[in-house]
Design a protein around this ligand. Structure first.
Ligand code: NAP
Length: 247
C-alpha cells in the first residue's frame, strides 16, 4: 500500500489532491494534516482510506509531538511515498498582502513565515523517520511563482513572497541533505498555477486576466508533474505545466 501525507488537506488544492489520488489508486492511504479535522470530509466510498491528524503549522512546533500524532495512524516503518505541503497563508484575520513598505507589519510577516515556511521545516523534521525506506519517494512543497526572487519584477506582497522564498530555500536545503539518508528521493517546490480557492478569492478581479484553474484541474496538473519526477528532478522549482521556474 502507498502512503501519502498531505499537510493542508482542508484547503482547496490539498483536498483536491487527496480526492485525485484516492480516485486513481484504490491501494493508497492518505494521512491528512489540518487544523480542524471535523471540518474535512470525503466521499464515503473513499473516506476510510483517509486518516486526519490535527496540526497547526503556526503552533505545532514540537516535531516529536507531531511525529507521535502521525505514528498513531501510520507506523514509521511503513514509510511515506509522497509528502505534499499544501498549507499556505496569504491573508486572513485582519492581514492583507502589502502593497507598499508602509503596510509592512511584524506580526503579519511572522505569521506568513510560520505557516508558509517554518511549518514545513518542522514537519519535515517530524517525518524524517517515515522517509528512510528504499522505495522512490517525493517531497513536494506547494510554493508560488511569486516566491521566485529572480522572477520578482513587480514587488509588493512582502510577507507572502519572502516566506515562499524561504520555503524554496528549505526545499533546496532538504534536496541536498535528504538523499544522504533517504535515497531514492526527489524534493521539489511546485507552483500550482492560479487556482480558485479561499486564498485567491479576494483577488478574483485581478485574476480575470490570468488563466485560473479549478482545484481539481490543479490537482491533476500537480499529479502529472509529480508522476514525471525522478531522482534527477531533486532540488527543482517546477510550475504546474512541468516547466522550471528560476529560484
Ligand atoms: N490558489 C492559488 O492561486 C495559489 C497560487 C500559488 C500558490 N498557492 C499555494 O497553494 C497552497 C494551497 O492554497 P489554496 O489555494 O488551496 O488555498 P486554501 O484553500 O485557502 O488552503 C490553504 C490551506 O492552508 C491551511 N492553513 C492556513 N493556515 C494554517 C495553519 N496555521 N496551520 C495549518 N494549516 C493552515 C488552510 O487550513 P484551514 O482550512 O484550517 O484554514 C488550508 O488547508 C498554498 O501554499 C498557497 O500559497 C495557491
Amino acid at each position: 500500500m502507498k502512503h501519502i501525507l498531505i499537510a493542508g488537506i482542508s484547503g482547496a488544492i490539498g483536498h483536491a489532491l487527496a480526492e485525485h489520488y484516492l480516485g486513481r489508486d484504490q491501494q493508497l492511504q492518505i494521512i491528512g494534516l489540518c487544523r480542524d479535522p471535523a471540518a474535512v470530509s470525503f466521499d464515503p466510498a473513499v473516506a476510510d482510506r483517509v486518516s486526519l491528524v490535527p496540526w497547526d503549522a503556526a503552533s505545532s512546533t514540537d516535531p516529536g509531538e507531531t511525529g507521535s500524532e502521525i505514528a498513531r495512524v501510520l507506523a514509521a516503518e511503513k514509510g511515506l511515498d509522497l509528502v505534499i505541503y499544501a498549507a499556505g497563508f496569504l491573508h486572513g484575520a485582519g492581514i492583507q498582502p502589502e502593497k507598499r513598505l508602509e503596510d509592512l507589519n511584524a506580526e503579519a510577516l511572522a505569521h506568513a513565515f510560520a505557516v508558509n515556511a517554518t511549518g514545513f521545516a518542522i514537519l519535515m523534521r517530524a517525518i524524517a523517520p517515515w522517509l528512510r525506506h528504499r522505495r522512490f519517494k517525493i517531497v513536494a512543497a506547494v510554493s508560488a511563482k511569486v516566491g521566485s526572487i529572480e522572477d520578482n519584477g513587480f514587488g509588493g506582497w512582502y510577507a507572502y513572497r519572502s516566506s515562499k522564498a524561504a520555503l524554496n530555500m528549505l526545499v533546496r536545503n532538504l534536496s541536498v541533505e535528504l538523499p544522504r539518508k533517504c535515497r531514492p528521493l526527489a524534493c521539489v517546490a511546485v507552483h500550482p498555477g492560479t487556482t480558485l480557492s479561499p486564498l485567491s478569492e479576494p483577488f478574483s478581479r485581478s485574476l480575470a486576466q490570468l488563466k485560473v484553474h479549478q482545484p481539481a484541474e490543479t490537482a491533476e496538473n500537480i499529479a502529472t508533474v509529480l508522476e514525471g519526477l525522478t531522482e534527477d528532478s531533486n532540488g527543482q522549482f517546477l510550475s504546474w505545466d512541468g516547466s522550471q521556474i528560476p529560484w
